[in-house]
Design a binder for this molecule. Structure first.
Ligand code: NAD
Length: 477
């Protein structure tokens, strides 16, 4: 951006921010009915523009329409419906019990909107991951500035259209652009920043937030493992892993990044996984590049990055069991299975975020657990097993944002569960009630009676009776 453009952009951001900040004070008194009417307007627009959304995401990276229906549109419309249904309950003050030492008082938790929020979104589910947090922000009574990803310009423009046609700018506004715009926004003293993206940018966001002591939700990424136990339904596990990994060409934060398979079932699992990949993406053997059900890598930069991971692996001895082909002009990268991988390979060290699936074998579940525990805590962890004790042991001995037993990726659709990571994979939670909480301040409210209170005998001067009460407190409470 030219210096002159920078000045103009910065002053636009400041103007919208100040209007939202002012409006956010009025929103403190907003009712569930008012917030629901905003959510309904958003829902109506999405329902009326489904085809536009499909076309925009397709124009960005050829995502098949059915994938967009499920992973971009349905996840947002169901998030809106869920919020509309439960918002009245979520907003109600929650009474808490009164301990004996506080007798005479009453306490509850009230949910006030945090205020002016910033939502920064990634490109991989460009509509879903910008609009999902916006649903939570509106449900909580916040204003929001949304910064969609510059890597998906068609969806970004569509998001701007939605926001401009549905909301007043003092409630919701969109600023499109790249890192520069993102950093201008991050300089403003937002009350809450909801960031979805990579761990490295997450650190930059958190540092910027620290300047203003803005609270943050960081929805980050990393390497999510899928464990395949020796006692497993091979067809079931292979089908689910094939779907969860290659949906969206593997560009999914919760996709299995690598498979840890018990050595006794390794060959059978790999064979079945190949069968299922063929069935899903090339049932008539016409070449996956011709499949209408398989999308593309978002741009050449990410296609190059994946090729580097691939070349690095194969040059160090990795074996390609399935796929491996790619077409640069189309940003096409075939679903690929890789075995014989080693720790010094980039596919093992970096988040893959694409359609390459390394397979690693283990000989006992303790070995798999130790392997996972030596790496940063994952966003998701999947365990496929016919027995209960194996998933139980994994649950107890590892840390992850989510654990799914006998499936993968579907936890994103379970609105009753918090969605988010732990440490490197992020912190703070999203979806449903947890998304509402992310944008709310849980205000502690206590009402004391007038006159005699339980603490009065403890006021100075500290006499005999006060000391006696303190002694009892220390002993019994
Ligand atoms: P990214 O971190 O590169 O970009 C995300 C957003 O941050 C974009 O809007 C971008 O413009 C902005 N940005 C980039 N660099 C910035 C900087 N230096 N300062 C300020 N803002 C900056 O992430 P991405 O490539 O868009 O998405 C992929 C990553 O996101 C992966 O790591 C993936 O695992 C993660 N992800 C996590 C979730 C989740 O819910 N936990 C969901 C999707 C993606």
């Amino acid at each position: 951006m030219e210096p002159q453009e920078q000045v103009i952009q910065k002053s636009k951001i400041e103007e919208v921010f100040n209007r939202q900040k002012e409006w956010s004070l009025k929103l403190r008194k907003s009712t569930a009915i008012h917030r629901i009417s905003n959510l309904n307007k958003m829902q109506d627009w999405i329902q009326a523009h489904k085809e536009d959304i499909r076309k925009a995401v397709y124009a960005d990276f050829k995502k098949p329409f059915p994938e967009t229906d499920l992973s971009e549109i349905f996840v947002v419309t169901s998030e809106i419906n869920h919020a509309i249904k439960h918002l009245g309950d979520w907003m109600k003050p929650k009474s808490v019990s009164t301990p004996l030492t506080m007798v005479g008082s009453k306490s509850n938790i009230q949910y006030e909107p945090k205020g002016a929020a910033l939502i920064i979104a990634p490109w991989n589910f460009p509509f879903n991951l910008a609009m999902g947090p916006l649903v939570s922000a509106l449900a909580a009574g916040c204003t929001a500035i949304v910064k969609p990803s510059e890597m998906t310009p068609h969806t970004s423009a569509l998001i701007r259209r939605l926001v401009e046609e549905v909301f007043e700018p003092e409630l919701v506004a969109v600023f499109e652009g790249d890192v520069e715009v993102s950093q201008m926004l991050l300089a403003m003293p937002f009350d809450h920043i909801f960031f979805t993206g990579s761990p490295s940018v997450g650190k930059i966001v958190m540092k910027a937030a620290a300047e203003n002591l803005s609270s943050v939700t960081l929805e980050l990424g990393g390497k999510s493992p899928a464990i395949i136990d020796r006692n497993v339904d091979i067809v079931d596990a292979a089908t689910k892993v094939a779907w969860g990994k290659f949906l969206n060409c593997g560009q999914t934060c919760v996709a299995p990044d690598y498979v840890l398979v018990h050595e006794e079932v390794k060959d059978a699992f790999i064979e079945e996984l190949s069968v299922q990949m063929q069935k899903m993406y090339d049932p008539k053997s016409k070449g996956i590049e011709n499949s209408r059900d398989y999308g593309r890598i978002v741009n050449r930069k990410h296609w190059n990055r994946l090729n580097e991971l691939f070349e690095d692996g194969t040059s160090k001895g990795a074996k390609i069991i399935f796929g491996g082909n790619s077409i640069g002009e189309e940003n096409y990268f075939e679903p690929t299975l890789m075995s014989e991988v080693k720790e010094d390979m980039k596919v093992i060290q970096e988040e893959i975020f694409g359609p390459i699936l390394p397979i690693i074998s283990y000989s006992g579940i303790e070995e798999a657990i130790e392997y996972i525990n030596l790496k940063p805590k994952p966003l998701s962890l999947y365990v496929f097993s016919n027995e209960n004790h194996v998933p139980d042991q994994v649950l107890q001995e590892t840390s992850a944002g989510a654990v799914v037993i006998n499936d993968c990726v579907i936890q994103f659709l379970q609105k009753e569960l918090p969605f988010g990571g732990v440490n490197t994979s992020g912190f703070g939670k999203a979806h449903g009630y947890f998304g509402f909480l992310a944008f709310s301040n849980e205000k502690a409210v206590m009402k004391q009676r007038i006159g005699l209170t339980a603490s009065r005998p403890l006021y100075p001067p500290y006499g005999f009776s006060g000391k006696k009460i303190l002694k009892a407190l220390l002993k019994w409470f």
